[in-house]
Design a protein around this ligand. Sequence first.
Ligand SMILES: *Cc1c(COP(=O)(O)O)cnc(C)c1O
Length: 354
Amino acid sequence: MIPLRENIATMAGYVPGYQPPDIASWIKLNTNENPYPPSPKVREAILAELGNDGASLRAYPSASSQTLREIAGKLYGFDPSWVIMANGSDEVLNNLIRAFASEGEEIAFVHPSYSYYATLAEVQGAKVRTFGLSDDLWITGLPERYSGKLFFLTTPNSPLGFAFSIKYIERLAERCDGMLVVDEAYADFSDENALDLVRTYENVIVTRTLSKSYSLAGMRLGLAIARPEVIAALDKIRDHYNLDRLAQAACGAALLDQDYFAECCRKIVETREWFTGELKMLGYDVIPSSGNFVFASPPDGDGKRVYDGLYERKILVRYFTDPLLCQGLRISIGTRAEMEKTLLVLREIGQEGL
Ligand SMILES: *Cc1c(COP(=O)(O)O)cnc(C)c1O
């Protein structure tokens, strides 16, 4: 018998969205990746970092990614001491649990939202509590004071796409004895964000990723903004060289090319709004989205049937077996051409169902 910790031996492990090996032959709308390439400056920066012979890779990267903290701090209006860079925002979510929740202590999140929080808590041996959503998308069952160590709030929510209002998030921060982690993986596609609350509420942390809005899922880049005391704690826990040299070069170039970034986000939001309207005309129920995806349910409420129909025609979307979600699908927003093709297939599938 291999002497594993019992929680590791018995846990299931997280299952990420499917990445098909023949990725180019699919319209891939299942993991909320960006359909556009990253800024051309990213490629240039990576090549410059590599140089002619790649010799720069002999040396360790900057351990603190200090330059990036300065760039991100300036972009969001915070002193660099309020910023930490991460190897994907997943890294910082993991380190938040390690920093705040001891074995047996509780963390919470809304269901449905990002289920990876539960996996991270299981590894740590922390307890998990979930709160549901009412039909009008309020959190249900929340006590007047929530005393768990961490509350993870995904907003805009994935997979549903709606965003909580800033007022509502503020109320939640006031009701949490522990830390409120606002996971803003999709905030760049939304009209609002919770950064101001970090300044006002000592217990608010905002996490961001470059995976979606900056088209850099393959580089693994994220960050968190919080009080310097929180950042200092996270700095003790992280891998000391958590961002490699190429990732640091890519990150700086991406964050500095705000014109390119804004144009990509604008196109995606425009396509999202058009696609939502088209789906509604097909009789789909669509939750208004503030992300780069929509959660849409076909008229017959059979998400699996539509998923299978799309899959047969090499269009990959996300289907969840969860009883709260199985009536619909989460569809990432691709290019206008990809979404036109998707609509064409959805029309065919609809007719087959009749
Ligand atoms: C994609 C996503 C993440 C992970 O981001 P990475 O930076 O790629 O690790 C975190 N939270 C939510 C809600 C996400 O959708």
